[in-house]
Design a protein around this ligand. Structure first.
Ligand SMILES: C[S@@+](CC[C@H](N)C(=O)[O-])C[C@H]1O[C@@H](n2cnc3c(N)ncnc32)[C@H](O)[C@@H]1O
Length: 396
């Protein structure tokens, strides 16, 4: 592949915003691409992919690079990927053999897998022998996965329609609404997206709404709905019949839910911003089903958000764990007796998952609940994101 000086500079600028200003990679990339409308599709793909990959391998690249200069870091990344460097002044003094030797001498797994030491140790402590394969899998680039909007089209029909536009997809057993792209492409530009025929949603994430066992006509609360990914899926599973109350602390996220529901042809979603405990109390015993897709460390979605590795800390994980238990202690009161709830995270850490559910069940707030089943979805086994999904029943 031919390199261009200006697109590499685009990557440098994006990396600077991510690492020096602490901004989120997806937002930085979107802004970089938006402010350079003249770049073609190939340049855009190069900038997005190179930035993400350099963020993912940042520790390893820094270890192997001869300096912290942006051109040296890029050259190291480019050679690591098995490419050749052009004879440019900027790449003078880069020695491919030296880099290979340095890599061969490397025996520290946290650097090889490019994660901070504290995180590697935490992963080992919590996941034991699964950790090594799991972090290796979480360092791969994520597939682009679509969730077919079955309110508007069948999976087979959508598959054919996308194929007409040159977008080839395949299916995987166990994911009834999913289509996986054979090759990455910007599907948001496709007319089928604008018509609301699909959403982009990872395979593991698609298991969450499915686990809630909803039926048309039910009253469902999605208590941490965010931008509504799971609410939209729930509405499709309910055939757009019944009621879904999508709640969150952040109004701007629920606004996204509204826009996405409109595009998807969904009428049964209502939105509510949570204003302290009084909002929860008013909804006591009101829901047949309750989804708690709680805030989490995001360690299961490192494929998609590699910058999480550098933004997290032990104390930020502790803070989010406290929030998870607070939500578990109060929100299940919204469920009717005989109703079911799902507690889900996009984390692989037992301390955010089964141990949180166990703590809830052993507490006063959880004494009328029973665990029906749980799924500990590791990326190494599924090929998708890491998730945890527990289904509980509220007994009399
Ligand atoms: C994992 S995200 C939800 C993703 C969303 N369900 C989806 O499928 O797109 C967790 C959400 O919980 C929200 N949140 C954080 N603390 C909360 C709280 N105490 N009550 C309700 N929502 C909360 C965050 O704003 C965030 O949108």
């Amino acid at each position: 592949m031919r390199l261009h000086n200006n697109t590499i500079r685009g990557v440098h600028t994006a990396l600077e915003s991510i690492f020096q200003e602490g901004q989120y990679a997806d937002k930085v990339i979107a802004r970089t691409l938006k402010s350079n409308p003249k770049w073609g599709a190939r340049d855009r793909a190069f900038i997005a992919e190179t930035t993400y990959e350099m963020v993912r391998w940042w520790r390893l690249i820094n270890f192997l690079s001869k300096s912290k200069e942006p051109w040296d870091l890029f050259a190291t990344y480019w050679l690591m990927k098995g490419n050749e460097l052009p004879l440019w002044e900027e790449f003078k003094g880069i020695n491919k053999d030296r880099l290979k030797e340095k890599y061969a001498e490397l025996d520290k797994p946290a650097i090889i897998e490019s994660v901070p030491d504290w995180l590697y140790e935490l992963g080992q402590k919590e996941l034991g022998e699964d950790w090594e394969d799991e972090i290796h899998s979480l360092n791969q680039q994520a597939d682009v996965v679509l969730r077919v909007n079955t309110l508007k089209i069948t999976r087979e029909q959508l598959r054919n329609r996308l194929a007409e536009d040159g977008i080839k997809t395949h299916i995987v057993k166990g994911y009834p609404d999913a289509l996986i792209l054979d090759e990455r492409s910007n599907v948001f530009l496709n007319s089928a997206f604008k018509e609301g025929l699909f959403e982009v949603q990872d395979g593991s994430s698609q298991l969450v709404a499915a686990a809630l066992a909803v039926e048309p006509g039910m009253r469902v609360i999605d208590a941490c709905a965010g931008a509504g990914g799971k609410s939209l899926h729930l509405a499709a599973l309910m055939q757009n019949k019944g009621k879904i109350l999508s709640m969150d602390l952040e109004e701007w996220k629920l606004q996204q839910t509204k826009l996405r529901a409109r595009r998807s042809g969904i009428q049964i979603i209502e939105r509510k911003v949570i204003d302290g405990s009084k909002t929860i109390k008013r909804l006591k015993d009101s829901a047949d089903r309750l989804l708690l897709d709680v805030p989490c460390s995001g360690l299961g979605v490192l494929r998609r958000n590699p910058d999480t590795k550098w933004k997290l800390s032990e104390s930020s994980i502790k803070d989010v764990q406290e929030k998870q238990q607070e939500i578990l202690q109060s929100y299940p009161s919204m469920l009717k007796v005989g109703g079911q709830m799902v507690y889900a995270t996009c984390s692989i850490l037992p301390s955010e998952n089964q141990l949180q559910v166990q703590k809830f069940l052993e507490s006063d707030a959880g004494k009328n609940f029973e665990l029906i089943e749980d799924q500990k979805v590791l990326s190494k086994d599924s090929g998708f994101d890491g998730f945890y999904i527990a289904r509980l029943l509220k007994k009399a």
